[in-house]
Design a protein around this ligand. Structure first.
Ligand SMILES: *Cc1c(COP(=O)(O)O)cnc(C)c1O
Length: 330
C-alpha cells in the first residue's frame, strides 16, 4: 500500500510535459556485447548524454518550473559540488532565475569554475560540505532563497521519473530495469513510472558496497547513517537523510532488490563502457554494466540499463581504461 505522499504517474507525466523544452530526450540503444553475453536483449538508456552530463537536470528543471515566478528573483540555492549543483545552475539559467551554489574551500578549482560557467553564483564557505550547508540554511532564512534538495523532494522525484516514461516508450516489452540508488530520487521516480504502467516489471537498484545507505536503511526499517569512503562512484556517496520524507518509503515499496557492486567491478564497468559501447561513463553511470559483467543480477526478458552520468575526471578515466583500479590511482 503506497503512502499518500508518494509521487505518482500523473505528477511524472506532468513533469515530462513541463521539462520537455529544457532537457534532452535521451536515446536508448541496444548493447550487442551485453545482449550476447546475457542471452536477453539489453538496452542502454544514455542519460549520460543529457545536458550537464547527468540525469539530475530533469529533477532540477522540474523543481525550478514548479516555483512561482515571483520566487525567481530570490533565486534557488543548494550545497552540491557535483551533478546536482551543475543541474541546478543550468536549470535556473534556462528559466531566467538566479542560482547560488555553496561549496567548501576544499572543492577543486575546476569544479568551482564549471558551476560558475553555467551562470551560478558560487559561495565558498568553510572547509566541509556541512559548513557549506550552514550557509545554505542562512541564505534561506535571511535572503528568502529557496533550497532545491538533490533527491528528497516531490518535484525532483517526478522529474527523474520522466526517464521511466521514455524507457517504456522505446521498449514497451521491458521486464527488468537496472537503476542507480544513492539518495533514491532517481530510483523512486523511475520505479513509480514503470510499476504504474507495467506492474510485473522488476526494478533492481544498484549501489556501491562502500556506504550503501538506502539498502542498510531498508534492512533496518528506518533511515540510518552510514560511513562514507572514497569510491569510483562518487555520485552515489552520502546518506539518505535521517528525516527522509519520500525516497526511503518509495524505494522500500517499489524496488525489488538493491544489489551492491565493488570498486573493482565498477572499474570493469567503466572499461567495458568505453571499449565495447564507446561511452565515457563516471563510476555511478557504469554501475549497471558492472553488475551485469559481475553476474550479480539474474536477467529475465528485455532489460534496460540506465547510464546515469559521464562527469568523470578525464585523467582518472584514462588511468582506469589503462587497467588501474581506484586503489592504484594517484
Ligand atoms: C545523483 C546521481 C545518482 C543517484 O541518484 P539519487 O537520486 O541520489 O539516488 C546516480 N548517478 C549519477 C550520475 C548521479 O549524479
Amino acid at each position: 500500500m503506497l503512502a499518500r505522499r508518494h509521487v505518482g504517474l500523473d505528477a511524472i507525466r506532468a513533469a515530462a510535459e513541463r521539462i520537455q523544452p529544457h532537457v534532452l530526450r535521451t536515446p536508448m540503444v541496444q548493447s550487442a556485447s551485453l545482449t550476447e553475453r546475457t542471452g536477453v536483449p539489453v538496452h542502454l538508456k544514455l542519460e549520460s548524454h543529457q545536458r550537464t552530463g547527468a540525469f539530475k537536470l530533469r529533477g532540477a528543471t522540474n523543481a525550478m518550473l514548479m516555483l512561482p515566478a515571483d520566487q525567481h528573483a530570490h533565486g534557488v540555492v543548494a550545497a552540491s559540488t557535483g551533478n546536482h549543483g551543475r543541474a541546478l545552475a543550468y536549470a535556473a539559467r534556462s528559466v531566467g532565475a538566479k542560482a547560488t551554489i555553496c561549496m567548501s574551500a576544499l572543492v577543486p578549482d575546476n569544479k568551482v569554475a564549471e558551476v560558475r560557467r553555467l551562470g551560478a553564483d558560487v559561495r565558498i564557505v568553510g572547509r566541509s560540505q556541512d559548513e557549506a550547508q550552514v550557509e545554505v540554511d542562512r541564505l534561506v532564512a535571511e535572503e528568502g532563497m529557496i533550497m532545491v534538495p538533490p533527491f528528497d523532494h516531490a518535484d525532483v522525484i517526478a522529474g527523474q521519473g520522466t526517464i521511466g516514461l521514455e524507457m517504456i516508450d522505446d521498449l514497451p516489452e521491458v521486464e527488468t530495469v537496472l537503476v542507480q540508488v544513492s539518495g533514491g530520487g532517481l530510483a523512486s521516480g523511475i520505479a513509480a513510472a514503470i510499476k504504474a504502467l507495467i506492474p510485473a516489471a522488476r526494478i533492481i537498484g544498484l549501489t556501491m558496497d562502500r556506504g550503501a545507505a538506502m539498502k542498510r536503511s531498508i534492512e533496518a526499517g528506518r533511515p540510518v547513517p552510514v560511513d562514507e569512503y572514497p569510491s569510483l562512484a562518487d555520485s552515489l556517496g552520502g546518506g539518505i537523510g535521517l528525516d527522509n520524507r519520500l525516497t526511503f518509503s518509495m524505494c522500500a515499496a517499489l524496488l525489488d532488490d538493491i544489489v551492491l557492486v565493488t570498486e573493482h567491478e565498477i572499474a570493469e564497468g567503466i572499461r567495458h563502457g568505453y571499449r565495447e559501447e564507446r561511452e565515457v561513463l563516471e563510476g555511478a553511470g557504469a554501475i549497471g554494466i558492472a553488475a551485469i559483467l559481475a553476474g550479480k543480477v539474474a536477467l529475465a526478458g528485455p532489460t534496460v540499463v540506465l547510464l546515469s552520468g559521464r562527469n568523470i575526471d578525464m585523467i582518472r578515466h584514462r588511468h582506469i581504461i589503462n587497467g588501474w583500479d581506484v586503489e592504484d590511482a594517484p
